[in-house]
Design a protein around this ligand. Structure first.
Ligand SMILES: O=P(O)(O)OC[C@H]1O[C@H](OP(=O)(O)OP(=O)(O)O)[C@H](O)[C@@H]1O
Ligand SMILES: Nc1ncnc2[nH]cnc12
Length: 316
């Protein structure tokens, strides 16, 4: 069984040839790289930040020792390291007073890193290469990785751990995946909020429009939500907030109380901000990544090979 340890986010340095490890003495970058490559047979995990013609960007997680503060942690990009690129697993090196992990291939969807920063699993997400008819990003890729899925659910549940919650509600369709997992984790029941036309029982309906701009209808059964029932409302994503606000209205109009809202990402849209101000929310996106999510393009997408050149070059 692999030990899987989530660390606090390290400080990210600017990448490039100049990255080195001499701040605390001992190893210069060159000798460290030689050391990493020599001792590369016992490694267990990988991460590749990006690839461009003639360039490989990997990451080295530098920690002075296990008990060190964030100040002593550095994430350093290694450029032009073709041998690292060919490695299929991570490299761990221990020097007296030093601990290094180098990663070369995180985009393997089933890979479970032995050591990783908080929200590491977001790098498993895939970009949208098919246009605006589809949701902009594809978080479902991270659900395929057992550890990523577990860590994601834990992160979403964490702020509500000690709150009174009677039931979890999830929004059709992708909200069912996280919602049901959260319900199971908290030992609660699960209420489905459905897109129109799938319910054979009495429902309340709500018109709304979402990021596509289309007029849509959602439905919720009328025999569950009673006055003061405390509901944790879950969806995969909040972009314009149209979908979530419709679900909130359905619940509140029946007397239910929104105990909280959980989604992988709540974008800083008008609707997203309104929801964050009014309700207790949990998301998986750390502050420093929020601008990338708002722009619908993550740095980690550079590691994807795609036949769609527009997407590959989007942020370059
Ligand atoms: O904040 P909004 O602009 O309203 O968008 C958010 C909604 O869009 C996505 O669902 P979508 O209906 O695209 O797909 P799904 O059926 O696969 O969940 C997402 O899962 C949210 O439900
Ligand atoms: N999965 C998703 N990714 C990005 N934006 C979205 N908006 C709605 N769903 C989304």
């Amino acid at each position: 069984m692999l030990e899987h340890r989530v660390t606090e986010p390290p400080i990210v340095t600017s990448g490039g040839q100049s990255a080195h490890f001499s701040r605390r003495g001992k190893l210069q970058q060159r000798s460290l790289m030689q050391h990493l490559l020599k001792t590369a047979n016992s490694f267990t995990s990988t991460e590749l930040l990006g690839r461009a013609p003639g360039l490989t960007v990997g990451r080295v997680l530098y920690r002075a020792d296990r008990s060190s503060s964030n100040r002593d942690k550095k994430l350093i990009k290694i450029r032009d390291a073709p041998r690292l690129k060919r490695r299929s697993s991570a490299v761990s090196v221990s020097e007296p007073g030093f601990e290094f992990s180098a990663f070369a291939k995180s985009m393997d969807v089933l890979n479970i890193p032995t050591e990783c920063e908080k929200s590491w699993y977001l790098a498993l997400m895939a970009p949208n290469v098919k246009g605006s008819h589809y949701a902009w990003l594809d978080p479902s890729r991270l659900y395929c990785n057992q550890q990523a899925f577990k860590d994601c659910v834990e992160d979403l549940v964490q702020p509500f751990q000690n709150d009174t919650i009677d039931i979890i509600a999830g929004i059709d369709a992708m909200g069912f995946i996280l919602g049901a997992a959260i319900a199971h984790r908290l030992g609660k029941g699960f209420l489905t909020i459905r897109k129109e036309g799938h319910s054979c029982v009495e429902t309340k309906r709500k018109n709304y429009s979402d990021y596509t701009g289309q007029e849509k209808v959602m439905e919720m059964r009328t025999d569950v939500v009673k006055k003061d029932l405390r509901i944790l409302l879950v969806d995969q994503w909040i972009e314009t907030g149209g979908t979530m606000e419709a679900a909130i209205a359905l619940i509140e109009e029946q007397g239910g109380t929104i105990a909280g809202i959980a989604a992988i990402c709540i974008e800083d849209s008008k609707g997203g901000k309104r929801i964050k101000e009014k309700y207790k929310c949990s998301t998986c996106v750390p502050d420093h990544l929020q601008p990338q999510f708002n722009n619908k393009y993550l740095e980690s997408f550079k590691a994807f090979k795609t036949k769609f050149p527009d997407m590959q070059n989007k942020s370059e």
